[in-house]
Design a protein around this ligand. Structure first.
Ligand SMILES: Nc1ncnc2c1ncn2[C@@H]1O[C@H](COP(=O)(O)OP(=O)(O)OP(=O)(O)O)[C@@H](O)[C@H]1O
Length: 264
């Protein structure tokens, strides 16, 4: 469903700060794949997601989604096809607006502008149902301002908003990294539930190797702008953190010792 073909991305070309962030990257995501993405600092994980989302344009290569070439499609047009959740719980929601207003914004994204702003009772029931699924008690707080929510509640709401319109592809960029371990676990459990119930194709960047092994059906490891390991099915299920550490050590000549992945 998603095909990256020979992608290159260089930041600040021709300057002293030139950085080859992505180098000849090719990758095919199958429909319904839930892929965890790991890699050391600066491996190119976020850049890959940003290239898919259209935040950056690839210097070379192509990106094809459901048979359509989206390589040059502007970010706002791709946004209709994608759901995104970032690390920072403040980013995906409007803090000064209510929970139901945030949901309504997400629900109306990319839809006809003739819709009235008012939220109908039917719509409200729909939001309540969705919020109930989160099991955080938010269904009883529809008009509460989002800024009053905890980081975990806010990330759960962002996740719900990002998936409300069943995106073709869900991009999660370390979306639980800023949460305490218990809350992160709760949000990850929810993530898995939403993905499987809606059969969403997903790329999830994480620094936590245990999570990378535990979640999803496929795992890819990035290094210096490319995918150096791609494993799925039973082979992935049988992976141990020590296997991943050994792979990292082999490619990073010991630099890896400073990487925050070791701390996860
Ligand atoms: N907008 C930018 N301008 C210049 N260089 C950039 C930009 N974005 C990323 N880079 C560089 O490209 C390389 C890849 O960065 P990227 O953020 O994709 O890595 P990452 O794997 O997500 O790392 P981390 O785990 O540390 O977030 C890094 O060297 C980074 O400094």
């Amino acid at each position: 469903m998603l095909e990256l073909k020979n992608i290159h991305k260089v930041f600040n070309p021709g300057t002293i700060n030139e950085k080859r962030a992505i180098q000849n990257l090719s990758f095919t995501l199958n429909d319904g794949d839930f892929v965890t993405v790991i890699g050391g600092n600066g491996a190119g994980k976020s850049t890959m997601l940003n290239l898919i989302a259209g935040v950056y344009t690839a210097d070379a290569g192509s990106i094809v989604l459901d048979g359509a070439d989206i390589t040059k499609l502007p970010e706002y047009k791709r946004a209709k096809l994608l759901g995104r959740v970032f690390q920072d719980p403040m980013m995906g929601t409007a803090g000064n607006m209510g929970i139901e207003e945030n949901l309504a914004m997400a629900y109306r994204r990319g839809r006809t502008r003739t819709l009235r702003w008012g939220i109908s009772n039917e719509e409200r029931e729909f939001y309540k149902e969705k919020l109930q699924m989160l099991d955080l008690g938010l269904e009883g707080r529809l008009t509460s301002k989002v800024r009053l929510l905890s980081g975990g509640q806010r990330q759960a709401l962002t996740l719900l908003m990002a998936t409300l319109q069943n995106p073709r592809l869900l991009l999660l960029d370390e979306h639980t990294a800023a949460l305490d371990p218990k809350t992160a676990h709760k949000v990850l459990t929810l993530t898995e539930k939403i993905i499987s119930e809606n059969r969403l194709s997903t790329l999830m960047v994480t620094h936590n190797m245990k999570d990378a092994i535990r979640y999803g059906n496929r795992l890819v490891m990035m290094h210096e702008g490319n995918i150096i390991y791609d494993v799925s099915g039973e082979e992935k299920a049988n992976l141990q953190v020590s296997d991943l550490l050994a792979k990292f050590e082999a490619v990073s000549n010991g630099e890896f010792a400073n990487d925050r992945m070791l701390l996860a």
